[in-house]
Design a protein around this ligand. Structure first.
Ligand SMILES: [Zn+2]
Length: 272
């Protein structure tokens, strides 16, 4: 009888060890399960915010300057929007330039600032600021000489090209428009060739603000009224970077807006 007990005990031990072994084997199999790839908890570094490029021109419609009457015209003949072009000559003189820029911003209006070599070279940062605030920088010649009185190709070229180079150095952009001082250009036989070679368009104006005639700052309402009363579709409005004009601008732009005009820039150059 004792012998049977002993065999039974061996049998039970055998079964028990087998079960333990199988159990161990199972658990070792579990351990061999391929481990899931470690999740990458590291956050991708956020894209640095690119500084926004200044957008010189926000308008969607395209415009150009008519070479005969210097009015601003839509490229699309079906575009009948009432528009005017604002221009400031003899810029940037500095004293009232920021007042002009702030008033333009108030009406979301863009303009061409025709700079001279003297003023642009004296305050390049201000030229850059004007450009960065969305306006165009035009060439008003280096010395502001009457181009009709210049008698050589070389001197005409110097008056134009030296300032083109300075403007490009400041803004990084090629000059597109030139306004001859005093509007005088027709007796200079070299100017058109020099400009055409560089795809620059010449313009005088179609509506003078007469800010050079009213002179005294207290007469600023006369400047505003001169423009409002004589406004026409496509008007190329001549003003100057000076006190009387800075004072007139708010009333002028409000009056033009009331008459249905918006303020646009030329975007194309079309030599008709
Ligand atoms: Zn001038």
């Amino acid at each position: 009888m004792k012998k049977h007990h002993w065999l039974l005990t061996l049998l039970i031990l055998f079964i028990a060890f087998s079960l333990i072994f199988i159990g161990c084997d199972d658990s070792s199999k579990e351990n061999k399960q391929p481990t899931p790839p470690a999740t990458n908890n590291e956050q991708e570094p956020a894209e640095p915010n690119e500084p926004e490029d200044p957008t010189p021109i926000e308008q969607t419609e395209k415009y150009y300057i008519n070479v005969n009457n210097f009015r601003i015209k839509p490229v699309d003949p079906e575009n009948t929007d009432k528009v005017v072009l604002l221009t400031f000559d003899d810029a940037p003189q500095g004293t009232f330039t920021h007042d002009i820029l702030d008033t333009l911003d108030k009406y979301n209006a863009k303009a061409i600032f025709f700079v001279t070599g003297y003023y642009a070279n004296r305050d390049k940062d201000l030229v850059k600021e004007i450009y960065d605030r969305g306006h165009l920088i035009g060439n008003h010649t280096w010395n502001h000489h009457n181009l009709n009185e210049i008698t050589s190709y070389e001197e005409t070229e110097r008056e134009v090209n030296r300032l083109n180079e300075l403007i490009k150095e400041i803004t990084g952009e090629d000059v597109k428009y030139l306004r001859p001082p005093y509007g005088a250009h027709s007796n200079n036989p070299y100017l058109n060739k020099i400009l055409k070679e560089q795809n620059i368009q010449k313009m005088t104006w179609s509506l003078g603000s007469r800010d050079w005639e009213f002179i005294y700052p207290e007469r600023h309402d006369d400047v505003a009224n001169e423009v409002i009363n004589n406004a026409h579709n496509g008007a190329n409005i001549l003003m100057h970077d000076k006190e009387i004009t800075a004072l007139a601008l708010d009333k002028m732009l409000a009056g033009l807006q009331e008459k249905g005009y918006s303020f646009v820039l030329p975007t194309e150059i079309i030599f008709e």
